[in-house]
Design a protein around this ligand. Structure first.
Ligand code: SER
Length: 625
């Protein structure tokens, strides 16, 4: 059996895409890692994921044959990454796709041609083994694929494997799915487990799955109900790093040329070399993998945060930073390594080069932030772990309070704390942690609430709801539903000089909300005038006109006229518009991660709060202006 010819990872990517161009496919750039209109995924995890609407026929594809190399992230078992050499969170998936165009025959023939033709990667056909779907209660065995492999490609029957749903039916959450046919490459005995019965499908590293053709013909509603798609499709996935492992005859993904260059950069900073020490190897793998995924995530606009994708990013970065400490690196360094990630991927992903400064800055800021607290946090964590281990205190479990303090004060994502504890075999009171998290969230929510003091029982008893007419008019007429004195106690009438609140059944006064101040103006009945200084909404939805009785008398039940200070209202509206313009400009200059976190608009100015990873530079400010 012959050995494969060496190709670099970048070369292989190009060969694949070019091969499928010669078969009439349109080459598209990788889609963003952030799924668009797909709530079922946090991050894009396969080549087909961004193209679901093309498979279902919801959207017309730019061509019915497409080929891509897709950036993918899978975060299923982050805590195991590094401990094995096989897995990573980041990988590239090459694919050829047919949307209602060709089907099984072409897909199988082309896979074989690319893998075995000396014009392309030229693998030894004797080392390749296909598998097909064996069938189950709901879906019949794929005899058609079996026939094509046997009769058309000429693979002897005993070299074609039949597997069940676990291996040969591809689906990920909801959406297009179907039976698949995989191709395995025999890497030779040296990668094998040596156990009797070790063959295709064995868990060891000898038979490596390099190619997966999904005959995408069903739609899964996410609850296990399958319906036939209108069209039959092909969804092929080939792990680029895996093929590179085969072609470069290296043990695992971390030894592939471009990935190894990233690791070497880390080694040079740490002064630790791969393969010398098993513990250091774990850290080197963790950092190598995580710096790849995080560089790409930031490049696609994810910013570190405590939720969703932002949390995944933060968790990966902080996990990598901790492993940096384990290697003896005590300063921010990930932002330096990310330059190698960008350099190694510059050709295939020009967006990384374009956003290089931005990516470096995001990583650096996040790293610096964590590096201020990590040592202290680790010290505390280690101290508590030692105490628990030594059973000096009556606490066999790491408490939710301690985990929360590590999170809140020292920036340790709960998953990181959990992982460190697991390394020492210590349990944690996770429920306690989440209870404290919820309490903190509630406190923050309450602090944001308008505590105007008007949610008294008396207020709740006010009958009738105000109609708001202020979008069309600045003047109106209404009936007084209730009057409250300075202390919020209901009164029947107001006399001159009283500070009070007037509740109307219909009002043109805008009540403070969403950061925009309430209107001012006057409420009048003949010569009796109540000067409105502010308008707020009660928790029960009433419009509360706050002000002072200037002259005359007013009673509950009176019909009154209301007039908004129009000039001031117009100024507030202009500033409100300015706030939206400011947001749009910030998104252009800093990126689409800019989201409103709060705002304040009055007649003099507007303030827009947003989160960004660092202070704006004078140049960014000037451009935004
Ligand atoms: N969707 C399949 C996979 O991810 C083939 O592209 O393996």
């Amino acid at each position: 059996m012959s050995q494969p010819k060496y190709y670099g990872l970048n070369e292989l990517r190009e060969m694949f895409l070019h091969f499928f161009e010669t078969k009439g496919h349109l080459r598209l750039p990788s889609f963003s890692l952030i799924p668009q209109n797909d709530a079922s995924l946090l991050l894009i995890n396969s080549g087909m994921a961004p193209m679901k609407p093309f498979f279902t026929g919801e959207q017309e594809p730019p061509r019915h044959r497409v080929t891509t190399c897709q950036k993918c992230i899978r975060t299923g078992d982050i805590e195991n990454i590094g401990h094995t050499a096989r897995h990573g969170t980041y990988f590239e998936m090459l694919g050829n796709f047919s949307f209602g165009d060709y089907f099984k025959t072409e897909a199988i023939h082309w896979a074989w041609e690319f893998l075995t033709s000396p014009e392309w990667v030229g693998l030894d056909p004797n080392r390749l083994y296909p598998s097909v779907f064996a069938g189950n209660e709901t879906t019949p065995a794929d005899d058609e694929a079996f026939r094509i492999w046997h009769e058309e490609i000429g693979i002897p029957k005993d070299r074609i494997f039949k597997f069940g749903k676990e291996d040969n039916f591809w689906e990920h959450g909801s959406g297009p799915c179907g039976p698949c046919s995989e191709i395995y490459y025999d890497r030779g005995e040296k990668y094998g487990c040596g156990k009797p019965g070790c063959t295709v499908g064995c868990d060891c590293d000898r038979y490596m799955e390099v190619w997966n053709i999904v005959f995408s013909q069903f739609d899964n509603d996410g609850e296990g109900h399958y319906t036939e798609l209108k069209q039959k499709n092909i969804d092929t996935g080939m792990g680029l790093e895996r093929l590179a492992c085969v072609m470069q005859n290296v043990g695992n993904l971390f030894e592939v040329d471009t990935v190894q260059n990233i690791m070497k950069h880390i080694s040079s900073i740490a002064g630790a070399h791969y393969g010398e020490n098993a513990k250091a190897d774990i850290s080197l793998r963790v950092i190598t993998d995580h710096i790849r995924s995080t560089t790409f995530m930031v490049g696609d606009g994810v910013v570190p945060s405590n939720e969703g994708r932002g949390y995944v990013l933060r968790r990966l970065l902080r996990r990598a930073a901790r492993h940096g400490r384990l290697l003896g690196i005590h300063h921010p360094f990930l932002y330096q390594v990310c330059e190698t990630v960008i350099a190694e991927n510059a050709f295939a992903y020009p967006e990384l080069v374009e956003k290089k400064d931005y990516i470096i800055k995001v990583l650096k800021v996040e790293e610096e932030r964590f590096s201020k607290t990590i040592d202290q946090g680790m010290e505390i964590l280690t101290g508590i772990m030692d105490k628990i281990s030594a059973d000096q205190i009556n606490q066999a479990v790491f408490s939710g309070e301690d985990a929360f303090r590590l999170y809140d004060t020292f920036g340790f994502p709960i998953d990181l704390t959990k992982e460190i504890l697991a390394e020492r075999g210590l349990p944690i009171d996770e429920e306690g942690f989440f209870r404290l998290m919820d309490e903190q969230k509630k406190r923050a929510r309450d602090a944001r609430k308008d505590v105007s003091g008007w949610d008294t029982d008396e207020m709740l008893a006010v009958e009738g709801k105000a109609e708001f007419i202020g979008y069309e008019k600045t003047r109106g007429q209404g009936k007084i539903l209730a009057l409250l004195d300075e202390d919020g106690k209901p009164v029947d009438s107001l006399t001159e000089g009283m500070k009070a609140t007037v509740v109307l059944d219909s009002t043109p006064f805008y009540a403070e909300s969403g950061g925009q101040v309430g209107d001012s103006g006057a409420i009048a009945r003949g010569k009796s005038i109540f000067r409105v200084k502010d308008c707020k909404k009660s928790p029960t939805g009433q419009f509360l006109h706050l002000g002072v009785m200037k002259s005359g008398l007013m009673n509950v039940g009176d019909t009154v006229k209301s007039v908004v200070d129009e000039e001031r209202r117009m100024a507030i509206m202009r500033n409100h518009t300015a706030c939206h313009l400011l947001q749009a400009a910030l998104r252009q200059v800093l990126g689409t991660h800019v989201q409103q976190a709060g705002s304040m608009v009055d007649e003099h100015r507007c303030r827009f709060d947003f989160t960004h990873f660092s202070a704006m530079t004078p140049d960014e400010i000037a451009r935004t202006e």
